[in-house]
Design a protein around this ligand. Structure first.
Ligand code: ADP
Ligand code: ZN
Length: 605
């Protein structure tokens, strides 16, 4: 079978997405590959299809147990023999799975990195015919990645212990050059084909809301979601508890997830969400890595995450089915302080020595600054993200909160002149807080003691602390000011300061209009040209089948397939097979049931 036939037969798709073919061809031709693609781009088929096309069994190293179960579930549903080996299985179950694997029963076997060197797994791998070793979430091997996992370091040792080195394929959504180099070097990829696809996810709408009342902003947003399901990320367990409790009291269908819950509850709550029994999951970022639920229609960040990598990965869990989805970040200054504290007091990280510690902390601070800038830029948010990941996007996307403009343009030239000359008068020796104090004429003990009240720029601004803070940030972003990278950063005049101070350049900036109960511009591409009644009937059928089989609904069909059914309204097997997401096995399994419901619907319409 060709790769295209394999795609259609097992996954029900008619064509490859950008990048998929290159990686599949590479592996099939015996090359090592590294695929760098954003979450939701479709990395899985890049190793699943080669695994199906090649002799032997592919080993897939994956960091999260929940991911394995879902993926194996989904593969089995599509008629692909697969299994997983991890600590959720008993010793007996593992023996059995390995026995079957030895007999050649599987094309793919998922394994947690910790298990690779366990003697039973090792002896299996050393005798089995392996088609390939795939490393998913490969950035976990790099200290420079945002979630380094020591157990990933065991992968090379595992490879070295095999009688014959298998083809290696690695995948990640983290694109920085440093991490990419690390992956190639540490995994020992042999002259790999490296494919980095564009990071843009067109169907995601981005928005940052600065609001005093986050909870009100959240509920205003939720109220227009109707039946759409989504995730609300909070940075602490306490916030998860609080927000979830409030939502439940007010009648929202919500559940909670964080590392402090008992295993049972966590597991049940996660299933409730996966199986569409609850609509909203309030969670810490412990939730979702490896959640393949394709119909997550929104991700709200109740707090700003620590870096852009985390943000894009978490937000990217929305809209995996390609449908329109919203990624909303609720920002407040407190979020920056919380993250700063977490960096300085990182408890779960062990540093080999003081020097590395400082290096890594500095890296984290830098990342946090870039995340904070995301929340204050006036430019296109998608543009900011894509630039962060090394792309060169157009400056207007038309599908983000800034492009949609809830900002007002203000001329801040005079204010900028005041700020810059104050920095000069203060001899470029002080930080942001002190600068603002002087500009606003503070009588604090420190200002008086240092005699800063004698400066001609003392007390010349009437702006609020917050406004000044935003303007200063804007000036830093545009190189008019420079903030040093020290422990106590000070402000200096930036490369372009003279443009304002001497050349009379005007500076404009969009300042956010602060709103009590924000109006929310949601995704404009939201309207779906489908018959909602048919969609509802199909959803019901899908849910019934999912319940019967005890799997999440999206494992039967993703939303995108149901939507395509509503558009194509198939009434025969051939027509049903044309639906995106319907392969041969799914046609055999579910064709009759779905066709019956569609025909009935047409009849009674
Ligand atoms: P990633 O691992 O990159 O986050 P997945 O492999 O989970 O993404 O794929 C995301 C979604 O895209 C899945 O629902 C998958 O079935 C779908 N998909 C993958 N490849 C294609 C394709 N060629 N055409 C249509 N949908 C696809
Ligand atoms: Zn935009």
């Amino acid at each position: 079978m060709t790769k295209l036939e394999t795609l259609k037969q097992y996954f029900g798709y008619d064509s490859f997405r950008s990048g998929q073919e290159t990686l599949i061809d590479g592996v099939v031709a015996g090359r090592d590959v590294l695929g760098v693609m954003p979450t939701g781009a479709g990395k899985s088929v890049c190793f699943q299809i080669p695994a199906l096309m090649m002799d032997g069994v592919a080993i897939i190293v994956s960091p999260l147990i929940s991911l394995m179960k879902d993926q194996v579930n989904a593969l089995t549903q599509s008629g692909i023999p697969a299994a997983f080996i991890n600590s959720s299985l008993s010793g007996l179950q593992i023996d059995k799975a390995l026995q079957k694997a030895r007999e050649g029963a599987y094309k793919l076997i998922y394994v947690a990195p910790e298990r690779l060197l366990a003697s039973d797994f090792l002896s299996f791998a050393q005798t089995a015919k392996l088609s390939m070793l795939t490393v998913d979430e490969a950035h976990c091997i790099s200290q420079w990645g945002q979630d380094f996992r020591p157990s990933y370091s065991k992968i090379p040792e595992f490879v070295a212990s095999l009688p014959k080195r298998p083809i290696l394929s690695a995948f990640t959504a983290t694109a920085t050059a440093k991490v990419r180099e690390d992956i190639v070097a540490l995994l020992g990829l042999n002259d790999p084909i490296v494919l980095v696809t564009g990071f843009n996810r067109e169907n995601l709408y981005f928005e940052v809301q600065k609001t005093k009342d986050k909870y009100a902003a959240l509920t205003t947003f939720l109220n227009i979601q109707k039946e759409r399901s989504g995730i609300v990320y909070c940075s602490t367990r306490a916030a998860v508890e609080e927000v979830c409790e409030k939502l439940k009291t007010e009648g929202y269908s919500a559940s909670r997830y964080h590392a402090g819950l008992a295993d049972d509850e966590r597991h049940d709550n996660q299933d409730d969400f996966l199986y569409d029994r609850v609509q909203i999951m309030v969670a810490t970022n412990a939730f979702g890595m490896g959640i393949d639920k394709s119909n997550v229609s929104f991700v709200v960040h109740y707090n700003m995450p620590k870096d852009m990598e985390s943000y894009y990965q978490e937000a990217g869990r929305a809209g995996r089915d390609g449908g329109p989805a919203d990624c909303i970040l609720l920002y407040s200054g407190q979020d920056v302080r919380t993250n700063m504290w977490l960096i300085e007091n990182a408890r779960d990280v062990q540093y080999p020595d003081k020097e590395t510690e400082e290096l890594l902390k500095e890296r984290d601070r830098k990342r946090l600054r870039e995340m904070t800038f995301y929340c204050s830029v006036n430019d296109c948010l998608r543009g900011y993200i894509l630039k962060y990941f090394g792309e060169n996007p157009p400056n207007y996307c038309g599908n983000c909160g800034n492009c949609d403009t809830n900002f007002e343009m203000v001329d801040i030239t005079v204010e900028a002149q005041k700020i810059l000359s104050c920095v000069a008068r203060m001899k470029e020796r002080y930080g942001q807080k002190m600068l603002i104090d002087v500009l606003r004429g503070s009588k604090s003990e420190k200002v008086l003691r240092l005699q800063l009240d004698k400066l001609s720029t003392y007390g010349i601004s009437e702006k609020s602390e917050k406004q000044l803070y935003e303007m200063i940030n804007q000036l830093i972003l545009n190189d008019y000011l420079l903030k040093t990278d020290d422990e106590y950063p000070v402000l200096r005049l930036g490369n372009r300061a003279s443009e304002i101070l001497r050349n009379g350049k005007t500076v404009q900036m969009k300042l956010v209009k602060e709103k009590q109960a924000p109006e929310i511009a949601t995704n404009k591409k939201q309207t779906r040209p489908v018959d909602n009644r048919l969609f509802a009937v199909l959803r019901e059928l899908r849910l019934a089948i999912a319940k019967e089989q005890n799997v999440p609904a999206f494992v039967i069909f993703p939303d995108s397939a149901l939507i395509d059914m509503c558009m194509k309204v198939p009434t025969t097997d051939e027509e049903f097979l044309k639906v995106s997401g319907v392969g041969k096995v799914k046609l055999e399994r579910y064709g009759e049931k779905f066709l019956k419901v569609i025909v009935e619907f047409l009849h009674y319409k």
